[in-house]
Design a protein around this ligand. Structure first.
Ligand code: GTP
Length: 598
């Protein structure tokens, strides 16, 4: 039967171990695309993904494979992101599969996110096929990596495929193992429909396009379907799959991974993780769905042009549909006007969302410094969540302030254990445990304040270990800390969008650093601008931006025209990302500087 010939799988890996490249080889082997159509890393469709060389959104394709045994198989390949910010997307795609290819770089070996992804796959009861990739590299050491897979992960690696996604070595073997080892889907095609929504996007012509994995039943064009979470019903207009060309079909049945449209207009009706069933003959129970993801980092996003507030709201609505982890609500800032407080899974996620808003929707934005959520107990016994530093109540009303901690697992060659512990200590870390994984690798486990690892922790870790250490972390509750709100005053006026929460011990140093940095970043104005950092009413640091004396062009002594033009253009460029705060023009970098220095 068709169902017994379906194989649904994902590719999981630590970042950069070669998932997307391997996906390309599989597309090629199944002749999904002719060589001419084949662009490098086809599955990374978004421009941003191609430019940054990372996978952000999951993508699903249907492939037809004529196996050497003469049988024809249908593969559904679901690509997943590798960065820790996007592990949410990974668990979503794994819920739509029966198996996973575990790609491990033959030179780098097992890394922190290799482990984290394996755990996600095991939670979803997936059959895992180890693939040791990049065996073409001169420093590849497949035997060592096999041993690591067995010792560190605890998977049998005796049948691990040795592959080079770059040259194509091992691809046939991978396809064979997919057929032999990954079970076919087991649902009942005649049962009431149960389709898991794992993604959706908005299309101006077709309305919401919903991506589904069919667990039970069959969905046909013309069926009336019901979304179980909201109870809303729609008539199916179109069903189909991506091969990766869009192909419409009459129906999707058990095991299929594809899309449907049903003139769904509101982005809020198709919640990712929800179950679609028949309106007339509904399933008794929805599918388990997904664990809800809570944002870990918040920031304010404000349109530079205040007239574009409604456009920004619209754009966030569109993105939210496509990015279930994004949250937002309106907020106002005295300094910046009307905008939104947005929640993200991490800094990379925040960066990507901001860039997508600017690129896909053409809205220039000011982003305020990212902040974690503080849990605040007030003297009257009540508690509040504070995700915006400027809303931190005055000190006299505070009973205690708690901040989020993460449990960080750092996997490293033994040589760097000392360096890493120093770094963690400096970031207010609390040493928990150390595990020797094999002869030359150690897992170091620290509890760290989320706010401390948000900014440059990952970069510091990489640079102090020559790139060898890898990081994975999970939220680990809240702890009381000695935190204070620091305000920044420009020209004597408190700028709410520049307030930060800092640990009391570091307040003076950070106040000083921030004031100095702002002095550097805020351009001279027509008048002198004092900058102050204050805790409550107490000024802890101050500096002054001198008044503008001469025109920038005066520097050029009239000679070089092209140099003058460049300078003017540079000035214009700078202006674009400048926001008038009271009487002072403040550039975007200033908002970020507060964060970097704190
Ligand atoms: P994310 O999607 O960002 O998680 O990364 P990824 O795991 O998909 O990695 P990707 O396929 O983008 O590969 C990362 C880098 O490794 C790219 O520069 C690839 O060209 C390179 N690469 C992938 N496979 C091989 C291989 O077999 N041999 C060699 N030498 N390089 C490879």
């Amino acid at each position: 039967s068709r169902q017994s010939h379906i194989r649904n799988f994902s590719i999981i890996a630590h970042i950069d171990h070669g998932k997307s490249t391997l996906a390309d080889r599989i597309l090629e082997a199944t002749q999904a695309l002719t060589k001419r159509e084949m662009k490098e890393q086809t599955l990374d469709a978004m421009d941003l993904e191609r430019e940054r060389g990372i996978t952000i959104k999951l993508n699903a394709v249907e492939l037809t494979y004529k196996a050497p045994d003469g049988e024809t198989y249908i593969f559904h390949l679901i690509d997943t992101p590798g960065h820790v910010d996007f592990s949410y997307e990974v668990s979503r795609s794994l819920a739509a599969c029966e198996g996973a290819l575990l790609v491990v770089d033959a030179a780098q070996g097992v890394e922190a996110q290799t482990l984290a992804n394996v755990f996600l796959a095991l939670e979803n009861n997936l059959e895992i096929i180890p693939v040791i990739n990049k065996i073409d590299l001169p420093n590849a050491d497949p035997d060592r990596v096999k041993k690591e897979i067995e010792d560190v992960i605890g998977l049998d690696a005796s049948d691990a495929v040795l592959a080079s996604a770059k040259t194509g070595i091992g691809t046939e073997d991978i396809l064979k193992q997919i057929i032999d080892r990954i079970p076919a889907p087991t649902g009942d095609p005649d049962a009431p429909l149960r389709a898991l929504i794992f993604d959706s996007l908005y299309d101006a012509y077709r309305g919401v396009v919903v991506y589904v994995r069919i667990i039970d039943g069959t969905v046909r064009v013309g069926d009336t379907i019901k979304l179980m979470a909201t109870g809303k019903t729609f008539e199916v207009i179109e069903v189909g799959v991506s091969t990766p060309k869009i192909e419409t079909r009459d129906a999707l049945s058990v095991g299929d991974v594809g899309f449907l449209t049903a003139s769904i207009k509101s982005v809020h009706d198709t919640r990712v993780g929800d179950t679609i069933t028949y309106a007339e003959r509904p399933a008794a129970e929805p599918l388990p769905g997904y664990r809800k993801m809570n944002p870990m980092v918040y920031c304010g996003l404000y349109p530079i042009d205040t007239a574009r507030y409604d456009d920004l709201r619209e754009a966030l609505g569109r993105l939210e549909l496509n990015d279930a982890a994004l949250q937002y609500e309106p907020e106002t800032s005295e300094a910046l006007g009307f905008g939104f407080r947005c929640g993200f899974l991490g800094l990379l996620h925040m960066d990507i969302v901001q860039e997508r808003l600017e690129r896909e929707f053409n809205i220039d934005l000011i982003a305020t410094a990212p902040s974690v959520i503080y849990k605040v107990k007030l003297t009257d016994g009540s508690t509040v969540d504070v995700g915006n530093p400027s809303e931190m109540p005055e000190r006299k009303y505070l009973e205690e302030v708690s901040e989020p901690y993460v449990k960080a697992t750092i996997m490293t060659p033994n040589d760097y254990v000392g360096t890493i512990m120093e770094l963690c200590q400096r970031k207010r870390g609390d040493f928990k445990n150390m595990e020797y994984l094999d002869d030359n690798r150690t897992n170091i486990i620290y509890d760290l304040p989320l706010s401390e690892i948000m900014y440059d922790f990952f970069d510091s870790l990489k640079s102090s270990t020559k790139g060898y250490a890898s990081l994975d972390y999970e939220m680990d509750g809240y702890r009381v800390s000695d935190l204070v709100k620091m305000d920044i005053l420009l020209n004597g006026e408190k700028v709410d969008a520049l307030s930060v929460i800092v640990h009391k011990e570091f307040a003076y140093d950070r106040g000083k650093a921030i004031v100095e940095k702002l002095k550097e970043l805020i351009p001279r104005q027509q008048f002198e601008v004092p900058i102050q950092a204050a805790i409550g009413l107490k000024i802890i640091s101050r500096s002054t931006i001198k008044a503008l004396r001469k025109n920038v062009l005066a520097k050029c002594y009239g000679g070089d025209v092209s140099r003058k033009r460049k300078l003017l253009e540079k000035q214009k460029e700078g202006k674009k990302r400048m926001k008038a705060v009271g009487s002072v023009d403040v550039p975007q970098e200033a908002f970020m500087a507060v964060f970097r220095m704190s």
